[in-house]
Write a new protein. Sequence first.
Length: 417
Amino acid sequence: MSKYIINGCNKIEGTLRIRGAKNAILPIMAATILNESISIIHNVPCISDVFVMIRILESIGCKVSYSEDTLIIDSSNVNFNKIDEEYVRKMRSSIIIMGAMIGRLECIEISHPGGCAIGARPIDLHLKALECLNVKIEEHDGVISCCRQYLEGNEIRFERTSVGATENAMLAAVKARGITKIYNAAKEPEIEDLQNFLNAMGAKIKGAGTDYIEIEGVDKLDKVEYSVIPDRIAIGTYMVASAMTGGRLEVEKAIRAHMEPISNVLTNAGCNINYTESGLTLIPPKKIKTIDFLKTSPHPGFPTDMQSQLMSLMTLSDGITIFFETIFENRFMHCKELIKMGADIKLLTDKICMVTGVESLCGGKVKSTDLRGGASLVLAALAAEGETEISDIYHIERGYENLEEVLRSLGADIRRI
Ligand code: EPZ
């Protein structure tokens, strides 16, 4: 299994170019099933989750080509209605294909994605949303079968906000008969990107980015060409790398409204962040300031996908920070690994931990536990004294394109073995 070897204390500085968001491209790739035509998508990141989704689309009959940063997907001949268990096991977010599949075919089957390292990840909200749209759902031996004669627009009221369930509801409603009204919708920027992609195909959706989304069903969707929004979480991760190592960073493309929940917190930690015409610059603090308390929340709150990266930053702050993880039940697995590198972290409950800043971190042997937890270890290694070996880096490579090359271009002493 591959590892990263990082020698710390180099400044991470220079100009960052980041491509499209993982959490935007995955539902957009699922949506290409709906137009029974060609979709050309630009700014697509070269990450392993995209390749899993390509294999899923090919397994049901799509023709897919990917070169440079452009995906071309031909969904004219979707002729298979089952998503193989191996794909769902490999990438649980493949459940996002369910809404698009049932929007295209009368009966589909997909295995239950189950949980992952960070939590049980139930899909009850996804299934209730589809049932609202006249889908009959049965579950046998871990396989979910969804059938409908036709999709009927309806009101969907989510009792809790869910990014994936909102996306599945949108995908299934696009070609339903009549109007679908989604209440308590998730408001993440990636949902807005999905709306814009679907509307570019000829869908009639409005309200994404707010908690109310309205969809007027259409009979047909057309070919489309689209470019995916930048990855706010990947950008935030590199911003933390520069803040931790005293480097000055320029981000070529970043959308202010997407970044502010992250940049506001980094500003409180002492960073000087200025937004430019198309991106932003970050000047690091001399000493990282504690932000006292950080609670993760759905957008526009502080994103759970940046919690572990911010924790790395706070390990070198001038005080104590309390972290409250409200979205997932097991998203502190990186704490024990950071402690191995000299961080002072105390788990108060399974959702609350206390981080006391130390003068410096030391290199060591650590193991990546999940995508964003692994990223927090890379950040700690970049700032630590000495050499760090990070194993199980396949987790990290699911969501960060060319991490090793990007960091090396910004001054890191990193190699992959
Ligand atoms: C998306 O996951 C993202 N993944 C996650 O990013 C992100 O952390 C999460 O949204 C929250 O922003 C993708 O977009 C591919 P949820 P998703 O449904 O849709 C509970 C990363 O690191 N819930 O908003 O699965 C659930 O257990 C990944 O890039 C139910 O109870 O997240 C969780 O506690 C990690 N029933 C909460 O809601 C359901 O039916 C939020 O989950 C669905 C979810």
